[in-house]
Ligand binder design. Structure first.
Ligand code: AMP
Ligand code: ZN
Length: 433
């Protein structure tokens, strides 16, 4: 398969480290609010990648984090912890807040037919103690691994300690800004002066590995003991520690949104090099954004953006929303409007109505049409060229093949699209007089 690797700045052939098996880490949600619809687009995109790799014959070892500590508002080191802030607002403790919003993640994944990182259908009522079995790693369950990884960076000379925190020293890496090719000086100019920033911090791009429970954070509710005192981990260390402790010091694919190209992912990469002496990720793959009506980023940090319920309240089916996200390549920015949703609904209903006619005409179970399947796979292999894959379906629908074979082949393609086509076609056919 070919994918766009952000570090190579081009589409490349992706080859797994272990024959036949891809290890994948997906940056997951910070669980302090119901996911906005832009987050859902990201997870549908990576669900397609996951399903496409399974479909083309690979075994997948994938995890996704649930950030329940350390992610600060506006992604700043000295912001407010998003989970704790929400806990104070709702008068609950942080664990209740993260559990409450993890449940909404499970609900939205189930509604949108997004598979768990393990590759199973999501049960929204699953026992939260079993999240790990489904491939979800909770940051607060990996504090020991974070501490031991930070210790390695310290031993290797990549850190320094101030009264308030332990930092990663970005000047220790020659290629810290490899993602954007910005020099550290250019980067310095771009960094906003944070309110309450640590005066002992050496470079504005240095970032917190461990924040001490003192000063602004003396009342931080979530805290753990560490060689640097009571405190809590920085946001970036979570992803490095969880990905490498589960997938290994080297793994294949790391997914995330474009917003992570400038800070979060350079920091993750820096930590991996700091701890292990080499990068961990073979391919960094990023999705472009779902934009709002005014072409602004729909984001919960800048106001509480639209979530899935807005589309459902407008009468759209979750599969209309999925169709919209599935029908656009992950590297293409997508506008989220009522019109775009209507377009997706019309396309989906027209597909279902054609499949229903085929269903009525079918005489037996049908087989999978190998040539069409190969064309479909070729399009997926071409950087998930979804418009090409959908074109294969329309060619197939226009073909003179047997109705049952066409139907069965489209059902097979739906293992990748995840539009519940068989259920939609066969369930609703019962109503046909
Ligand atoms: P967050 O919970 O804010 O850390 O975001 C979770 C994931 O959604 C990250 O991988 C982000 O890059 C991604 N993301 C955030 N906003 C959008 C958006 N508007 N469109 C697509 N992906 C997004
Ligand atoms: Zn991450």
């Amino acid at each position: 398969m070919k994918l766009y690797n952000t570090l190579d700045k081009k589409v490349v052939d992706i080859k797994p480290l272990k024959e036949g098996r891809f290890s994948i880490y997906s940056c997951g949600p910070t669980v302090y609010f119901r996911m906005h619809i832009g987050n859902i687009r990201a997870y549908v995109n990576w669900d397609i990648l996951h399903r496409a790799l399974i479909y083309t014959g690979y075994k997948i070892n994938r995890i996704m984090n649930l950030t329940d500590v350390g992610h600060m508002s506006k992604d700043e080191d000295f912001g407010e912890d998003k989970v704790e802030k929400q806990a104070l607002e709702e008068g609950k403790d942080p664990l209740n807040i993260s559990n409450q919003y993890i449940k909404t993640v499970l609900e939205d994944f189930a509604t949108m037919n997004i598979l768990s990182p393990k590759g199973n259908k999501v049960d929204p009522n699953m026992d939260l103690l079993k999240l790990e079995d489904e491939g979800w790693t909770r940051a607060t369950s990996y504090i020991d691994q974070m501490i031991s990884m930070i210790k390695k960076m310290q031993e290797n000379g990549y850190t320094y300690e101030t009264t308030q925190a332990l930092y990663f020293d970005v000047t220790k890496l020659d290629d810290y800004n490899i993602f954007t090719n910005q020099s550290l000086e250019e980067k310095q100019e771009g960094v906003r002066e944070e309110v309450g920033v640590d005066s002992e911090k050496k470079h504005p791009a240095d970032f917190v590995l461990w924040m001490k429970k003192i000063g602004k954070y003396k009342d931080h509710i979530m805290h753990w003991n560490s060689p640097w005192g009571e405190g809590f981990p920085g946001w970036h260390i979570e992803c490095s520690a969880m990905s490498t402790s589960v997938l290994g010091e080297k793994f294949d694919i790391h997914t995330g949104g474009m917003d992570h190209i400038s800070v979060h992912h350079p920091n993750e990469r820096a930590q991996n090099i700091g701890a292990f002496g080499h990068p961990s990720v073979q391919y960094w793959i990023h999705n472009d954004f779902l934009t709002g009506v005014e072409d602004t980023k729909i984001s919960k940090s800048s106001g509480k953006g639209a979530d899935l319920s807005d589309a459902l309240d407008l009468g759209f089916d979750p599969m209309d929303v999925r169709y919209l996200f599935v029908s656009v390549n992950y590297r293409v920015q997508l506008k989220y409007t009522k019109e775009s949703l209507e377009g997706a609904r019309n396309a989906r209903l027209s597909l279902i109505s054609k499949l229903k006619s085929l269903y009525r005409e079918s005489e037996d179970k049908g087989k999978i049409l190998k040539d069409y399947k190969q064309n479909f796979i070729d399009e997926l292999n071409n950087n998930l060229n979804i418009s090409g894959a959908l074109a294969v379906i329309s060619d197939l629908l226009k073909s003179k093949e047997k109705p049952e074979d066409i139907l069965n082949t489209v059902y097979d393609f739906d293992r990748v699209l995840g539009l519940n086509l068989k259920e939609e076609v066969e369930k609703k056919s019962i109503d046909i007089p």
